[in-house]
Design a binder for this molecule. Sequence first.
Ligand SMILES: Nc1ncnc2c1ncn2[C@@H]1O[C@H](COP(=O)(O)OP(=O)(O)OP(=O)(O)O)[C@@H](O)[C@H]1O
Ligand SMILES: [Mg+2]
Length: 258
Amino acid sequence: MQVWAVANQKGGVGKTTTAISLAGLLAEVGYRVLLVDLDPHGSMTSYFRYDPDELERSVYDLFSQTRVDAEQVRELILDTSHDSIKLIPASTALATLERKAVAQEGMGLQVAKALRHLQAEYDYVLIDSPPVLGVLMVNALAACSHLLVPVQTEFLALKGLERMVRTIQMINRARKNKLPFTIVPTFYDRRTQASVNSLRELHAHYPEHLSNAVVPVDTKFRNASLKGLVPSSLDAGSRGVHAYARLLRSLLEPREQE
Ligand SMILES: Nc1ncnc2c1ncn2[C@@H]1O[C@H](COP(=O)(O)OP(=O)(O)OP(=O)(O)O)[C@@H](O)[C@H]1O
Ligand SMILES: [Mg+2]
């Protein structure tokens, strides 16, 4: 089982879309995929037509006790529109967690520990995280073996990314191995100077981390979310899906990444 997290301290850069798009493509090649929604807003949960305000069980339950057994983790898992994609949903209760976690030691590994129980059941786990550095993002970064950082190709894109890179460096001090990460340029529009310039800057500053797949602005993503379908089920030929397929190929070829 491989665990990938998607994070950036900036909001609205395509984190949830990246996680869901990759999940769809992984499922299509036959992998068993689990999505974990760690964002209190629950966009990923809502995407699959669950209401984060109404759910009785959610990822929040992993934080309400120090030890969670395999059965308790399995009880959190919901179906999605795709047979081989399952979801551990978020609930709005997650928003109260930051305050509580400060008082409790060892809350940074709750998700990592829970996922260990599912080792044999899934091939890929994709964790969506909130755009805030806190206990939820720390859990996502601690649980994963690879991090995806979507970056919107716009004016000052690099500024927001620098904060995220500092967070990765901080996390690396507590890890045995450095967390590998891939920067995924999103909302690319080659007709705008801001997109072209920011992609050039990303290339200049982070050549070894920059994905060669660039995700264009594509309205199909919104259409897919309105239907609750993964983008590749709605339109496998769209430019956006092509970009995520290219990203996925590079992630699945680890030697090319090194
Ligand atoms: N490449 C794209 N082209 C056009 N629209 C996109 C693209 N990627 C995402 N979107 C749309 O932009 C909005 C924000 O995307 P998304 O929810 O994935 O961002 P996010 O980083 O998860 O946001 P948040 O920080 O609020 O969680 C959504 O409505 C999504 O459908
Ligand atoms: Mg999101």
